[in-house]
Design a protein around this ligand. Sequence first.
Ligand code: AMP
Length: 299
Amino acid sequence: MSIVIDGSLAFDTIETPEIRMEKIVGGSCAYSVLAASYFTDPKIVAVVGSDFPSEVIELFQSRGVDTRGLTIEKGKTFHWEGRYGHDPNQRTTIKTELNVFQDFKPELIPDYRNADIVFLGNIDPDIQEDIRLQLDSPKLVAMDTINLWINIKRDALLKVVRDVDMFFANDEEVKMLTGENNLITAGKKLLEMGPSFMIVKKGEHGALLLNKDFVFGTIAFPCENVVDPTGAGDSFGGGFLGYLDKVKSFDEKHLRRASVYGSVMASFTIEKFGIERLKSLTLEQIEQRYSEFSKLMSF
Ligand code: AMP
């Protein structure tokens, strides 16, 4: 099988109660392709400016990522600034500068069009829809988003939601989209809007996978030293879908396991700033944490 992943590649400025990090490499796509790359060889669709470090593109390539769909434009790379308080689940966006994403019109190369799995990672919903319309006959199309797009492009976003199979959204986003406070009710409402599967991410409280027949809950790995929660959601999505691409199955057993692998990848991401932790994991470390999850969740 094959998987195409889009989303932002960014410079992130991140402030936590302890430290401020200026313009480190991030973006939804950076996290999700790196997380997926431990299971499969993802194909990337994104744009960066001429200021984006070539070493990061080389890092993607060294991890088996197909970067033919990466456009390098004259101009500045996407920049996002976020601030965390003492509660890592509470984040404020200070700044979003789209820069080269402003006029990005992706054109998929032919072998990207017949991907089996497509992850429309968090970016402008008009770009997500543009990509979706270029696909031949994917087996699974998943999407993610962020509060900004719900606020400023709600209708365009709901149009994408209507036509995807799987929607990853966090607790705040599902509440914003449905007006429901109960996450199960909100998840079910979103299932009625189009997707067959909803994944409601709850930060340090784990994630819920819902469809019309079952609900599965995964805990988040108990981590006492959360350095930077940025990218946890994208790593979850990348790990989840990368695993499905590897096992070539969408049955319930594999969807449950995919949720756990998603949580495993997210739990590594938050241990260091930016993509640092995802650069140098080993398959042994991933499998070991997966078995720890299995012990933690068994009763
Ligand atoms: P997460 O913590 O999983 O929600 O994702 C954080 C990443 O999303 C950061 O690396 C940001 O660069 C990126 N990001 C923030 N806002 C947006 C946006 N509006 N569109 C696309 N990516 C964004």
